[in-house]
Design a protein around this ligand. Sequence first.
Ligand SMILES: [Zn+2]
Length: 198
Amino acid sequence: MVEEYRGVKFQIGENAVEKRTATSESNKEIIAEMISYAKILSKLGLTPGAAGNISARVKEGILIKATACEMGNLKPDDFTLVGEFDFGDFRLKRAVGLRIPSSETPMHCLIYNRRKDVNSVIHVHGEMFLKKEFYEVFRINSTSAELPYGSRESAEAAVEAIGKNNMAVLKNHGLVSLGLNTREAAENILKILGKVNL
Ligand SMILES: [Zn+2]
């Protein structure tokens, strides 16, 4: 049975998304890096179905995986460039891409907003991350309540749980990892997995 979604996802402003490819000479390497790490994490079973998302900060905004795309099978055009997201009215104001950006776009944007030292954010799922023993042993903060993904509340709770760290558990949901670049954000996850008995 599919559980009913009880959150409020972001709105998209009229004509906010310019429908053309977001890929360019200047960002194709960053996109290729995200595609390859998304594939690695997918092979580890951390992104079932269309779960999980990945993004990187570039000078024009934030490149983020589009909604409903599988992490293990991403193509360059599965990334959308978010130029402006208004957290106040919870609305996407400006973007370039052929697809709608991930429903977790608000969380990614809020993290980049608060953490100028971070240039890549990855969110994955995985049963092992949800166990209290896991995040207590690795001293990873967790959000205190289970909140609907994509909602303003879940984005704010994630940022609060992350604080100055590079990882946090989203209670009963998954893990979010931050890095100076995508390699670092992915390696945080891989390092932890290497220490867990899967
Ligand atoms: Zn998720």
